[in-house]
Design a protein around this ligand. Structure first.
Ligand SMILES: *Cc1c(COP(=O)(O)O)cnc(C)c1O
Length: 375
């Protein structure tokens, strides 16, 4: 079965990992800082904090933003549940706002309509890799005394209006899961242009430990002295995986170009077909496309999906609206809340999209989609 996404691992990636395994540091060594510096460069100079997954990155980012019991977080339902779950774990009540049906991204107006005096964070997702207007979301959030978090699990390497993802939001999170735009097996990062937020993120992912002599509260007990001022967890990404990340980051441009070529080929084949809706984009965006979310007629979605799978094409659906999960149902959330997101979900099928797809495989996917929807 042709998967909908998969990693691309080169011999150079393998050498980079093997070299660390032969060295002295498996966990917190020099590759962590090197990876964080390289991430900072693709994120427009924002400070980067490497962590163990995209979910961990979200948890760290919500905590760094100060989210706690009684706060509200406004977010999109058209996402992997972690965007909302991590905020709920931090104590927030989740408020879902609807999407822009053209792009699948959180709609700025719907998000603003959901803001209250208790909103601590607005969290948008760069759905499929298309960046949201982070500057506009941040300005809106700040007007309401909140922070803006960009879940960029899909979009590392994307640019909007010349601004790279990671430069404009208060906090941006990445995922390096194998299907994403680059991988460290499991891994993620939080980036922030705000040194204070980055410092809180760094402390929380490192068990809350404070070792900087200038920041200690009590007299120095000796060289072993360290203090915890706020509780933290261990979300440290090991040196071995940071080495893979450094090597993968160097290939991000190549990945982005190939993903764009495949996306363009799908668009050429499907745009204008009355049965199909191709993914929307926005003026000034240079996306690193993670997904190709095609939309078909809702009544036929399941049949088209199953027939494509039967033909060896590993399509996926991204995503079941987050508040349809029973955990939200148990909290009183009901279907129908965000009609545009539900409509998008009901029609969506993600086609295979990854750098290793050959032109022949892309043609094969196109022919099969046209046959299946045409029949
Ligand atoms: C993948 C993903 C995450 C979670 O990342 P993991 O690395 O799998 O924990 C969060 N948000 C979105 C939108 C994702 O696609």
């Amino acid at each position: 079965m042709l998967p909908y996404g998969r990693q691309s691992i080169s011999e150079a990636d393998i050498r980079a990992v093997a070299e660390v395994l032969r060295g002295d540091w498996l966990t917190t060594g020099p590759k962590v800082e090197e990876f964080e510096r390289a991430l900072s460069l693709v994120a427009g100079g924002s400070e980067a904090v490497a962590v163990t997954s995209g979910t961990a990155a979200l948890h760290v980012a919500y905590v760094a933003a100060g989210v706690q019991g009684g706060d509200e977080v406004v977010t999109t339902p058209l996402t992997f549940v972690a965007t909302a779950a991590a905020a709920a774990i931090a104590g927030a009540r989740i408020v879902f706002a609807d999407i822009d049906p053209a792009t699948g991204n959180l709609d700025l107006g719907s998000a603003e309509a959901a803001m209250t005096s208790r909103t601590r964070v607005v969290a948008a997702v760069d759905y499929a890799g298309l960046p949201v207007d982070a500057g506009a979301f941040a300005a809106m959030a700040h007007r309401h005394g909140a922070l803006f978090l960009e879940d960029a699990a899909h979009s590392i390497g994307s640019v909007l209006g010349g601004v790279p993802v990671g430069a404009a939001a208060d906090l941006t999170t990445f995922s390096f899961f194998p299907t994403k735009n680059m991988t460290t097996a499991e891994g993620g990062a939080v980036v922030s242009p705000d040194a204070g937020l980055a410092a809180r993120a760094r402390r929380f992912k490192g068990q809350g430990l404070v070792r900087d002599r200038g920041a200690l509260r009590f007299p120095d007990e000796g060289p072993w002295h360290q203090e915890v001022h706020e509780f933290g967890l261990n979300y440290r990404l090991p040196d071995v995986l940071c080495a893979l990340g450094i090597s993968q980051l160097a290939r991000l441009g190549e990945f982005r170009r190939r993903r764009q070529q495949v996306h363009d080929a799908y668009n050429r084949a499907f745009a204008g077909n009355p049965e199909l809706t191709v993914p929307g984009t926005v003026e000034g965006a240079v996306p690193a496309w993670h997904l190709y979310p095609l939309r078909v007629e809702a009544a036929r979605r399941r049949a088209v999906f199953e027939e494509l799978r039967r033909r060896g094409i590993g399509v996926q659906v991204n995503y079941i609206p987050a508040y349809w999960h029973p955990v939200f149902e148990d909290l009183g959330y009901r279907r129908g809340m965000c009609p545009a997101a539900e409509e998008y979900y009901s029609r969506e099928i993600s086609l295979p999209l990854f750098p290793g797809l050959t032109d022949g495989q892309v043609e094969m996917v196109i022919e099969n989609v046209l046959e299946v929807v045409g029949s």
